[in-house]
Design a protein around this ligand. Structure first.
Ligand SMILES: [Zn+2]
Ligand SMILES: [Zn+2]
Length: 150
């Protein structure tokens, strides 16, 4: 189900225009960062990186910009450990998050894997029109679990 990267992904300016977003230097800087490769970032991380070239950019601007990208379907948002994480991989997939270092990885949701793990729809959700379902697996990543053994 993984969609091949569209050419516009490599051209943040075109990407913004396609989605009706005005191209501002700050918005472009956020787009260049988050759409350069699939990544999971918080507004704070984006802010720290962009501030190096755009010292005037505020945390609020970064947060609002990420929210606009999300509203356009360019990013997905989820919450882990109380942090709002923006995901530039918008295809359906689950996550695993390390409780110690905070590493987040994408889990492949190939059709065979997802049918194997598909959970029964809870009875209470029968009247709902469910559009998706995402899971976050929590634990220790291999680096952290090997550290805890030492
Ligand atoms: Zn870890
Ligand atoms: Zn992801």
């Amino acid at each position: 189900m993984r969609k091949p990267a569209t050419p516009s992904n490599h051209n943040p300016t075109a990407l913004l225009r396609t989605h009706g977003l005005r191209v501002t230097p700050q918005r472009l800087a956020v787009a260049e960062l988050v759409f350069s490769k699939p990544m999971h970032v918080t507004a704070r991380i984006v802010h720290e990186q962009i501030r190096q070239n755009h010292p005037a950019i505020s945390m609020n601007t970064v947060y609002l910009t990420l929210g606009q990208f999300e509203a356009c379907g360019l990013l997905k948002r989820f919450e882990v450990h109380g942090n709002i994480v923006f995901d530039s991989n918008t295809s359906p997939h689950d996550h695993a998050c390390c409780n110690r270092c905070g590493t987040i990885i994408d889990l492949d949701s190939s059709p065979s894997a997802s049918s194997k793990h598909t959970v029964q729809l809870p009875t209470q959700l029968k009247p709902w029109q469910i559009e998706g379902e995402r899971r976050i697996w929590m634990g220790l990543c291999p680096d952290c679990s090997s550290e805890s053994v030492l």
